[in-house]
Design a protein around this ligand. Structure first.
Ligand code: MGD
Ligand code: MGD
Ligand code: SF4
Ligand code: MO
Length: 746
């Protein structure tokens, strides 16, 4: 692979996964140049500043692990071979299962921003060892939104910013964090078009707010007052879309009754937002032909997060912004992410120790340590971590470390010696995302949705194994699958895809085999796939499920109809190195996906909270914690903990604490001054960046810093300062953006 050709792939640093082309150097390893891939159907050649730094992930001081490791009693690690690693890990997982039950082995992760293909094989490993409980980062951000969506609409939605008249961002800074294709370009297009508007609700004058026509720069943590006031303006000024509501929703009267009584002026005072500005923004939403809305961590990791997700949906539903161009839409998908059943509280499944709600199959991240650090008989005893760094990314890192140390066994599958891997008993090293087949399931675009199976662009370094192979070997070592199951399927696969489908479906009637299905496919269908793409085998049922669930969009994308459509879709995904369009929808497809269901506006428990809001006491000012800290802001050079080489940051190298220049002047600190930042949970030294973009009393730290590479730690790890009990009342998501704090000048 040393020919100097541009090889198509994707950026792995945020969920957009923009298509890129990489020019691999003559050494066969260095990324000499990276550019946007114009043929990519979603990103169309776009990248942001971060993609150009991907060589630092592949070849930088990234702390790569290139051979399996086993921890010694003294805390050091020994290199071991794969046969030993797999045999010992399977044996020790088996012992935990035999002594305490498989459900005490917890699975965490399954993919970062760019790699979900390996995680698609994890359910087989879970089945082989009787594992039941799992979680991932989604359970510290999106589960509130999933739950509210499931109950109101029965499915998740996204928004069409490219075609909207008005874009509304609630606690979301897409100029830096993206979240939809070509975000910076789309934002600039809206900003310069006098017929279109951007509305931003954010206490910070973020890069997105800089482009906004309406910036509601609220007091941190008061979003519930602001979104409720906006919804109330719609009702009280009779700006709701009555005809649309009559045709599509239930529960309007209950919602109207609550919103009619909302004291808008008082809520604006509480949030410190000018009432006229808020009313104008609400009127702009009502007058628009289409409104696209995104909420994100600024509210999802904050006070009242689930309630805000609910009321924010009321705002766009009251104005009829669903199922038309430029508004919210239901998307096609190759996975079931976020497609939950909308259990009412009391009916949802719960975690074994803390009794926390399990939404979308995920235990809330903030209770994981509680589920371990206890003498409860059902506590977790072991953990398998795949492509995640919970010792860094979950609330209260100190307690998380204690929890990991308390387990009988921790196994980490990663590319690097992360904060979590250092605490593991075994580290199983994987090829990087450019050394293997990889894909993500975070594609929710509309009207044309895509899927991208990325091919390896260089050879794996050292003695690493791709995740599907690791899972297959663990499943086999557990004795769950072997030649007895593989042989007949292999024979069928050699006879042809139709014969294979028949043989495979016959086996899937057996529930145990069904859960092992991904590995069965990998070992039997896998070897028949072109380009050695065995890892893509798990996409075969996914393609069929996508074709069955989205027949019109799949047909319009050119794959035909009926059973052959799934087969053709799969073949197209596997055939080339470029992303393919999987569905090509018409704007009304959302209504087909809703299948005639009416939208439920009245979620009684949540609406009762909104009704009670006027009587809710405001939090007392706490003189010992005068600041609100947002712990984990997305900036120009942050990318969760995927980039471990600190030199990738071209600006803000050490991750400054941003603070309003008013506070900086009051404290007498200049740019770059060192201060001590403390919360009830921890304290750290950090440099200050005074800015006129922040409100007095609000401070902000970047996410993904505080990583230790080559023994050097750069910046502050935000979760040294957060506490796991600071979480949402409903779904348990953390309040990382609202941590009470103190700043002492050094
Ligand atoms: N550059 C970069 N991009 C990324 C990532 C990255 O690490 N770096 N990570 C990716 C991931 S995993 C995710 S989940 C997304 C997250 O993307 P975002 O949610 O957009 O990112 P954040 O910067 O965490 O928070 C967004 C905004 O919330 C605001 N905020 C803080 N407090 C409040 C409040 O009280 N109310 C309101 N309304 N807003 C508030 C902040 O000022 C900030 O502008 O980004 C993705 N994209
Ligand atoms: N205080 C605070 N905490 C936060 C946030 C915040 O805003 N504030 N944000 C939260 C959010 S939204 C998120 S999404 C999480 C992110 O946190 P995590 O879900 O823990 O994941 P990442 O930091 O993205 O780390 C991904 C891991 O994958 C590894 N990796 C990279 N490529 C591969 C590969 O090919 N195979 C394998 N097996 N591993 C690979 C990387 O080395 C890294 O260890 O953090 C959360 N934590
Ligand atoms: S970090 Fe930038 S280039 Fe990479 S996927 Fe996200 S938006 Fe695209
Ligand atoms: Mo995230």
């Amino acid at each position: 692979m040393t020919d100097p050709v541009w090889r198509p792939n994707a950026c792995i640093l945020c969920e957009c996964n923009c298509g890129i082309e990489i020019l691999v150097g003559a050494d066969g390893r260095s990324f000499d140049k990276i550019r946007g891939d114009k043929l990519h159907p979603a990103s169309q050649g776009y990248t942001c500043n971060k993609a150009l730094q991907l060589d630092r992930y592949q070849n930088g001081r990234a702390g790569r692990v290139t051979t399996p490791l086993r921890r010694r009693p003294d805390g050091g690690f020994d290199e071991i071979d794969w046969d030993t690693a797999i045999a010992e890990v399977a044996d020790r997982l088996g012992r935990v299962r035999d002594e305490h039950g498989g459900e005490t082995i917890f699975y965490y992760g399954g993919g970062g921003q760019g790699n979900h293909l390996g995680g698609a094989y994890a359910p087989a490993t879970m089945a082989a060892f009787g594992m039941r409980y799992r979680s991932s980062a989604l359970a510290q951000e999106k589960t509130g939104e999933f739950w509210v969506s499931a109950r109101m609409l029965g499915l998740p939605t996204r928004a069409d910013f490219e075609h909207c008249e008005v874009a509304l961002f609630v606690g979301k800074n897409p100029y830096q964090s993206h979240g939809f294709p070509r975000a910076r370009a789309v934002l600039k297009e809206i900003a310069k078009d006098p017929a279109r508007s951007i509305i931003v609700i954010d206490p910070v004058r973020s890069d997105t707010a800089e482009l906004a026509d309406f910036h509601l720069q609220l007091r941190p943590g008061t979003d519930l007052y602001v979104v409720t006031a906006i919804a109330a303006v719609l009702v009280q000024e009779q700006l709701v879309d009555d005809a649309w509501l009559a045709a599509h929703v239930d529960g309007l009267d209950a919602v109207t009754a609550v919103l009619r009584d909302v004291p808008i002026e008082r809520y604006c005072e509480i949030a410190d937002v000018p009432e006229q500005l808020l009313r104008s923004a609400a009127r702009r939403i009502a007058a628009a032909g289409s409104v696209a809305v995104a909420e994100d961590l600024g509210v999802q990791m904050n006070r009242d997060s689930t309630l805000v997700s609910y009321v924010e949906r009321l705002v766009w539903l009251l104005t009829g912004n669903l199922g038309k161009a430029g508004a919210q839409y239901a998307f096609s998908s190759m996975s079931a992410i976020g497609r939950d059943r909308g259990h009412a509280p009391g009916q949802w499944p719960t975690s074994p120790v803390a009794g926390a709600p399990i939404i979308s199959g995920l235990v809330p991240c903030n209770v994981i340590a509680d589920e371990i650090l206890t003498d409860h008989p059902r506590r977790y005893r072991a953990m398998l971590v795949e492509s995640a760094n919970p010792a860094h990314s979950l609330a209260d890192s100190a307690r998380m470390r204690e929890a990991l140390e308390a387990l009988d066994l921790v196994v980490v599958i990663d590319v690097a010696m992360t904060e979590t891997a250092r605490l593991a008993d075994y580290v199983l090293p994987a090829p990087t995302q450019f050394e293997k087949f990889e894909a993500t399931f975070f594609n929710f675009d509309f009207p044309r949705n895509i899927f991208h199976l990325r091919h390896p662009v260089l050879a794996p370094l050292g003695d690493v194994l791709p995740e599907p192979e690791i899972h297959a070997r663990l499943v086999e070592a557990a004795g769950a699958l072997g030649e007895d199951e593989y042989a007949p399927l292999r024979a069928a696969a050699e006879a042809g895809r139709a014969e294979f489908a028949e043989a495979f479906l016959a086996l899937m009637g057996e529930p145990t085999l069904r859960r092992l299905g991904a590995v069965l496919l990998y070992r039997t269908l896998g070897p028949t796939l072109p380009n050695d793409a065995a890892a893509a085998a798990a996409l075969w049922p996914a393609a069929h499920a996508c074709a069955a669930a989205n027949p019109r969009g799949v047909a319009r994308a050119g794959y035909g109809e009926g059973l052959t459509a799934g087969e053709r879709l799969f073949d197209a995904i596997v055939a080339g190195e470029h992303a393919v369009v999987i569905t090509d929808d018409t704007p009304d497809e959302t209504w087909q996906r809703l299948k005639g269901r009416r939208v439920q506006l009245d979620l009684p428990e949540l609406l009762a909270e909104v009704a009670a809001l006027p009587r809710r006491p405001l939090p007392d000012a706490d003189g010992s914690w005068p600041f609100v800290l947002s712990a984990g802001e997305r900036r120009a050079f942050t990318a969760n903990t995927i980039m471990r080489d600190p030199t990738w940051r071209k600006r803000d190298a050490g991750g400054m604490l941003r603070m309003s220049d008013v506070d900086a002047a009051r404290l007498g600190v200049a740019a770059g001054a060192r201060v001590r930042l403390s919360t009830k949970r921890g304290s750290a030294e950090v440099h200050v960046e005074p800015t006129d973009r922040m409100r007095a009393g609000h401070i902000s730290l970047p996410n993904g810093l505080g990583l230790t590479t080559d023994g050097v730690t750069t910046g502050v790890a935000p979760n040294e300062l957060t506490a796991s009990e600071d979480r949402d009342e409903w779904v348990g998501t953390p309040r990382h953006k609202h941590v009470l704090a103190r700043v002492d000048v050094l």
